[in-house]
Design a protein around this ligand. Structure first.
Ligand SMILES: [Fe+2]
Ligand SMILES: [Fe+2]
Length: 273
C-alpha cells in the first residue's frame, strides 16, 4: 500500500542528521573518484593511492585478472594493471570496488541487490554514451555508478521508513520522489547531492546524484548522459524502483539480449555480486 501524507513524516533536518551519521567513504576511494584520467600524472597518483590502501590494491588485482578482461598474462602489480588496462579502466574498476565495499559493510546485500544492479548498468551505459560522444568514459562510469547513492543513503540511515517504499510499485519516478518528500522530507536526489558533498566527492558527481531526474537544462551535459543511462538501465530490466509499465519488464529487457553492453553489465555484476 502506498503511504499517505498522514503517515509519520520525518522532518528534513532529522533525515539530514541521520545521513550525516553514516560512516564516511574510504579516503583512498574519494581520492580515486576525484582523479581525472586526463591528468598527466594520473598514473603515478593512482599508484600512490593504491599504495596507501593495500586491501583495495589486492581487490583491484583480483578484478583485473578476472575473466572479464580475458588477459593472457597474469597481472601482478598495480603498475602492471595500469600499463595493461590504462588509467580510465583502472579508475572505473577501483570505483566499483570501493562502492561495492561500502555497500557490503552498510547494507544487507539481498535487500539492495536491485539498486546495485541498476548502478552497474547505468555506469556501463553512461561510459558507453560518453565515449560515443567523445567525452570521458571513466568519469561518466563513476557518475553512473554513484548517481542513486541517495537511495542507498536513505536506506542505510532511515531503513524502517524507506524499506517499505522500495517494495512498492509506482506509476512514475515523480510519484516516488513525492512519496520520499512526504515521508522523509527529501527525495533520494537531494539526499544523494547532500551525501556526496559531505563525503567530498567531486562536484560533478554531486550534480549527477542531485539532478538525474530533473528536466533537461539545455545543452547535453554529464547529468543529461547519466539521466539517459539511468532510463536505458531501466529498459534493460535493471530499474531503480518498481514502475508500472505497459509492456512486461521481461519483454523490454529481451531486446537487449546478445547486446555486448548487456553482456558487459552481466559480467561486471557477476564479478561484484
Ligand atoms: Fe534516481
Ligand atoms: Fe537511476
Amino acid at each position: 500500500m502506498i503511504p499517505t501524507s498522514s503517515d509519520s513524516q520525518i522532518p528534513r533536518s532529522e533525515t539530514f542528521g541521520k545521513l550525516c551519521k553514516l560512516p564516511p567513504f574510504r579516503a583512498a576511494a574519494v581520492q580515486i573518484l576525484a582523479l581525472s584520467s586526463e591528468d598527466d600524472d594520473a598514473m603515478e597518483r593512482l599508484e600512490n593511492i593504491f599504495g596507501s590502501d593495500p586491501a583495495m590494491a589486492t581487490e583491484l588485482l583480483a578484478a583485473a585478472n578476472s575473466v572479464e578482461f580475458g588477459l593472457r598474462c597474469r597481472i601482478s602489480s598495480i603498475r602492471h594493471a595500469l600499463s595493461i588496462l590504462g588509467v580510465g579502466r583502472t579508475k572505473s574498476l577501483a570505483a566499483t570496488i570501493a562502492f561495492s565495499g561500502y555497500l557490503r559493510n552498510q547494507l544487507p546485500r539481498e535487500a539492495v541487490r536491485f539498486l546495485w544492479a541498476h548502478g552497474i548498468a547505468t555506469a556501463v551505459l553512461a561510459e558507453h554514451l560518453a565515449t560515443q560522444a567523445g567525452g570521458s568514459g571513466s568519469l561518466l562510469y563513476t557518475a553512473g555508478l554513484t548517481h542513486d547513492v541517495g537511495r542507498l543513503g536513505l536506506y542505510a540511515s532511515s531503513r524502517e521508513t524507506y524499506e517499505p517504499l522500495l517494495n512498492l510499485e509506482f506509476r512514475s519516478i515523480d510519484e516516488v520522489n513525492y512519496m520520499e518528500r512526504q515521508l522523509l522530507g527529501v527525495t533520494h536526489c537531494v539526499a544523494g547531492g547532500f551525501l556526496t558533498h559531505t563525503w567530498g566527492f567531486p562536484a560533478i558527481l554531486s550534480e549527477c546524484a542531485q539532478h538525474h531526474h530533473a528536466p533537461p537544462r539545455g545543452a547535453a551535459d554529464e547529468t543529461h548522459i547519466v539521466k539517459e543511462a539511468c532510463l536505458l538501465a531501466d529498459s534493460m530490466g535493471f530499474s531503480e524502483i518498481r514502475i508500472q509499465t505497459e509492456a512486461a519488464d521481461g519483454d523490454a529487457a529481451k531486446s537487449w539480449e546478445n547486446d555486448p553492453l548487456f553482456e558487459k553489465v552481466l559480467c561486471r555484476m557477476q564479478q561484484f555480486s
